[in-house]
Design a binder for this molecule. Structure first.
Ligand code: SAM
Ligand code: SF4
Ligand code: F3S
Length: 408
C-alpha cells in the first residue's frame, strides 16, 4: 500500500506530517507520488482564507481520478470547514488522534510519542502545540486548541536523535516557545539542548514579545549553538491596533525589548511578522508600522494581508480596508524592507561566512543558510550538502548573498 501527504502551512504542520509518515510506515504503507498513492492525506492550514481554498483545488482533482484513493483531511481545520469538507474526504481526523485513526489498530500513545521521519538537513523538534493567546485575528487557538508542552525529557531525546542522525540544524517549534511549561523554563531547555555534543545550530520559532524573559536573553548569549537570529512578531506598529489585536504590549514595549536584546547581542539579526489591513487600520495607524520598520531595521519580515477568519474575535469586526489597499500597504512595507536588507547585505561583501549547505536549487547551484538565516547561493559539488562550508561573499541582493567556497 502506498501513501502521499500534502502539507500546507507552517513548520509545525511540516513536523506533524513527519510523524504521520512514520505512523503510516509502521502500518505497512510506503511513500509514493500522489498519482500512485492508495491513501492521500491533506494536512491543512487555516491561517488565511486562501489556505483553505487550496484544499478545495487539491481534493477536487484527487476525487476526479478514475481510481480514487482513500483520502484523509487532518491538521488545522476550523469547525465549520470540518463540516464542509466531510463529504469530500473519506475521513476528517484530528492530528492529536493520529495513533487512534480508524484505519489502523489503535496504539493508544500520544502522537508526539511517534518518532518523526526526519528528512533533509534541518530537523523540526516541536516543544509544544496549541496557543492560549487568542490574538483576535488568529485561528490557531481554535485549530490546535490550548497550549500543551511536551516533557523536556522527550524533547531532549528527540533533539539528540536528530543530531546523531546527522542533522545540522534543529528548529524548536511552538506557537509561543517562551511560554513553554515543561519541568524547566524554555531558557533552561535551550541550555540543555546546547549541551548535546556535536556541531549543529539551534533555532526556535515563534516568540511572543510579552513572554521574552531576561533569562531567555541570557541563555541565548550563553549558548554557542543557539543562532543569533530571532523571529519576534510585532504584528503592528500602532498601539490602538495592537490592542484591538489583543497583543498585550505597546510599540514602546516592543522597541524597549529589541534594545535590550541588541544590547546583549549586538550581532543579532531580527525578523518579524506583520499584518496589514486589520479592521479599523487607518492610514495613520499604518504609518506607525512604516515608522517602526524604519526604526528597527528588520533583517526580514513576513508581511500578511489581513484575512478575516471564522471563530476568531475579529471575524465580528467590520472590515474597513479594501483588498487593493491591503496589497498597497504590503508593497510599501516590502519596498522599505528591500531597501534596508540590501544596505545591510552590502556589508557582507568581501566577508567570509559560515554556511550550512542545504540543497541544490533549480539552477543547479547550492543553496544554504548562514547562522543568521540569510540565504547564500554558490557553486560546488552536490556532496557538500549537509555540511558547513566557508563562503566568501562577492555579490548581494535584498534577499540573497552570493559567493565562492573557500573551504569546508
Ligand atoms: N505565534 C506567532 C505569533 O504570535 O506571532 C504566529 C503564528 S501564525 C501561525 C503566523 C503568522 O500568520 C502570524 O504571525 C500573523 O502575522 C499571520 N496571521 C495570523 N492570522 C492571520 C490572519 N487572520 N490574516 C493574516 N495573517 C495572519
Ligand atoms: Fe495566533 Fe497569537 Fe497564538 Fe501566535 S500568539 S498563534 S498569532 S493566537
Ligand atoms: Fe501553522 Fe496554519 Fe496551523 S500556520 S499552526 S498550519 S493554521
Amino acid at each position: 500500500m502506498k501513501y502521499h501527504i500534502i502539507t500546507f502551512g507552517c513548520q509545525m504542520n511540516r513536523s506533524d506530517s513527519q510523524r504521520i509518515s512514520t505512523y503510516l510506515e509502521e502500518n505497512g504503507y510506503e511513500e509514493a507520488p500522489k498519482e500512485e498513492a492508495d491513501l492521500v492525506v491533506i494536512n491543512a492550514c487555516s491561517i488565511r482564507r486562501s489556505a483553505t481554498n487550496r484544499i478545495h483545488g487539491k481534493i477536487n482533482r484527487i476525487n476526479s481520478r478514475e481510481i480514487k484513493p482513500t483520502t484523509i483531511l487532518t491538521g488545522c481545520v476550523l469547525k465549520k470547514d470540518k463540516i464542509k469538507f466531510r463529504h469530500l474526504f473519506d475521513h476528517v481526523l484530528r492530528i492529536e488522534d493520529l495513533t487512534k485513526w480508524p484505519l489502523f489498530e489503535a496504539k493508544g500513545k500520544n502522537y508526539f510519542k511517534v518518532t518523526p521521519k526526519l528528512e533533509g538537513i534541518s530537523a523540526f523538534v516541536p516543544i509544544m502545540t496549541g496557543c492560549n493567546n487568542f490574538c483576535t485575528y488568529c485561528v490557531v487557538p481554535y485549530t490546535r486548541g490550548k497550549e500543551v508542552s511536551r516533557p523536556a525529557e522527550d524533547i531532549i531525546k528527540e533533539a539528540e536523535q536528530a543530531v546523531t542522525s546527522g542533522h545540522k540544524e534543529l528548529w524548536l517549534l511552538g506557537q509561543n516557545v517562551n511560554s513553554y511549561k515543561g519541568e524547566m523554563s524554555f531558557a533552561d531547555l535551550l541550555r540543555k539542548i546546547n549541551q548535546i555534543k556535536g556541531d549543529f545550530w539551534i533555532r526556535f520559532v515563534s516568540s511572543h514579545p510579552k513572554d521574552f524573559s531576561d533569562d531567555l536573553i541570557k541563555a541565548m548569549t550563553e549558548c554557542r549553538k543557539v543562532v543569533k537570529s530571532l523571529n519576534l512578531p510585532v504584528q503592528s506598529g500602532d498601539n490602538e491596533i495592537l490592542q484591538k489585536m489583543n497583543r498585550p504590549y505597546t510599540r514602546e514595549d516592543y522597541k524597549g525589548l529589541v534594545m535590550k536584546i541588541k544590547k546583549a547581542m549586538p550581532e543579532i539579526e531580527l525578523s518579524t511578522d506583520v499584518i496589514v489591513g486589520f479592521p479599523g487600520e487607518k492610514e495613520r495607524h499604518f504609518h506607525n508600522t512604516v515608522e517602526l520598520f524604519r526604526e528597527i531595521q528588520f533583517d526580514m519580515a513576513y508581511i500578511s494581508c489581513y484575512s478575516s477568519r471564522p471563530q476568531t474575535a475579529a471575524y465580528a469586526m467590520k472590515e474597513t480596508v479594501s483588498d487593493k489597499e491591503k496589497k498597497r500597504r504590503e508593497r510599501v512595507l516590502t519596498e522599505i524592507l528591500k531597501e534596508i536588507t540590501l544596505e545591510k547585505n552590502k556589508k557582507y561583501i568581501g566577508k567570509d561566512v559560515r554556511v550550512l549547505a542545504l540543497k541544490i536549487n533549480k539552477n543547479g547551484k547550492i543553496q544554504g543558510k548562514t547562522a543568521k538565516n540569510k540565504t547564500v547561493i554558490f557553486e560546488g559539488p552536490k556532496k557538500i550538502t549537509g555540511t558547513f562550508v566557508k563562503i566568501k561573499i562577492n555579490q548581494v541582493s535584498p534577499w540573497t548573498l552570493k559567493g565562492k567556497i573557500l573551504s569546508k
